[in-house]
Write a protein that binds this ligand. Structure first.
Ligand SMILES: [Fe+2]
Length: 344
């Protein structure tokens, strides 16, 4: 019977915890020795039922399990663990004997890297375990990033909500920005940074008085000074958050203009980071096609023509021609439908 240790998470003194389930004692010892030799903290069980006892106190980073075992087999163990909230995400690797019915089952149902066939070398075992752990880590990072984005969207929408006319602005601006970025064949990393930037570009508006955001007439000079501070304030708000660092250029420079007439620094041409040059087009297109306190939304075709007229003046020609290609393919019209305030 396996000794039950104290409750612990997937690392013990910095070591990754694994659970190995195998009814053949010699095989179990061999597997444990290989894995412990590679630095893992290994817990063992002789069948599925014993494994569930271990899991009451240990949260392994991965379970390596034989299929054919007395009392409770590996498939039953897998199904039981997966039904539990705490076990839904634990990576599983099945050990099967080559050419058996279980081998075929595992191959068909579980995917190639979720089962390994015996006999196995220590090298193959370690490679399979490392690969599966790495995939689990990547999945976790992706899930965390999705959670960050969801939280940031909530925050950005709350800020946008102060200006009742710009509901769904964040979603549409990101939609246009992503369409342009994929037209320009930006890689995933750049598009990710752009997405954070698109979500957060106006976050500094939290410091702008609501009476200014909702004013239904022209702004006076003092009010413009306040509005023009939002990129700098937004950049300052996120500068202490490492994973948002790539979004800073978008937040800080999305109101810079190609001919140097923008703010906050009056940068021009390629001195403006290209993410910000791209977002300027996306942001302006959405602003023109949305109702504002002081004017009604323009039809999309008019907004498109206005941006084209400003090519090489306010906007980077490369970004405008990407917009043109997206426009002609109908991508822009699809994004325009996000929310219910846009006009066709
Ligand atoms: Fe802005």
């Amino acid at each position: 019977m396996t000794q039950v240790p104290e409750l612990q998470l997937s690392t013990d003194n910095g070591r990754t915890t694994l659970l190995v389930v195998e009814d053949d004692p010699a095989m179990l010892v061999a597997l444990r020795d290989i894995l412990e030799g590679a630095g893992f903290d290994v817990h063992t069980a002789g069948n599925g039922r014993d494994a569930l006892d271990v899991l009451a106190d240990v949260r392994p980073a991965l379970i390596l399990s034989d299929i054919s075992m007395p009392v409770m087999d590996g498939i039953q163990l897998f199904e039981t663990v997966r039904k539990r909230p705490s076990g839904m995400a634990i990576p599983f690797i099945f050990l099967t004997a080559r050419g058996t019915r279980e081998d075929i089952f595992a191959g068909k149902s579980l995917g190639a890297d979720d089962y390994i066939t015996k006999p196995i070398t220590s090298h193959e075992l370690l490679a399979a375990v490392q690969a599966r752990l790495q995939r689990a880590d990547e999945l976790m990072v992706a899930q965390l990033q999705a959670a960050y984005k969801a939280s940031l969207r909530t925050l950005a929408n709350a800020i946008e909500a102060r200006d009742q006319y710009t509901r769904d602005h964040v979603e549409r601006v990101n939609g246009y920005a992503q369409a342009l970025a994929s037209e320009l064949q930006w890689d995933e990393e750049r598009r990710d940074a752009l997405e954070f930037g698109a979500i957060l570009h106006d976050i500094g508006k939290i410091s702008v008085r609501e009476s200014i955001l909702t004013k239904d007439g022209p702004l006076n000079e003092e009010e413009w000074v306040e509005i023009r501070q939002h990129p700098t304030i937004g950049a300052r708000m996120i500068q202490g958050i490492p994973y948002l660092a790539p979004a800073i250029p978008v937040v800080l420079y999305h109101h810079e203009r190609w001919n140097g007439s923008g703010y906050p620094e009056g940068l021009s041409g390629e001195d403006i980071p290209d993410e910000a040059r791209l977002l300027a087009v996306a942001d302006t297109f959405d602003a023109l096609t949305s109702d504002r306190p002081y004017r009604k939304a323009k039809p999309a075709a008019d907004a498109y023509e206005i941006i084209k007229e400003e090519e090489g003046r306010l906007f980077d020609p490369e970004m405008v021609s990407a917009l043109e290609r997206c426009w002609k393919r109908g991508d822009i019209a699809r994004i325009l439908m996000i929310g219910d305030e846009a006009v066709a």
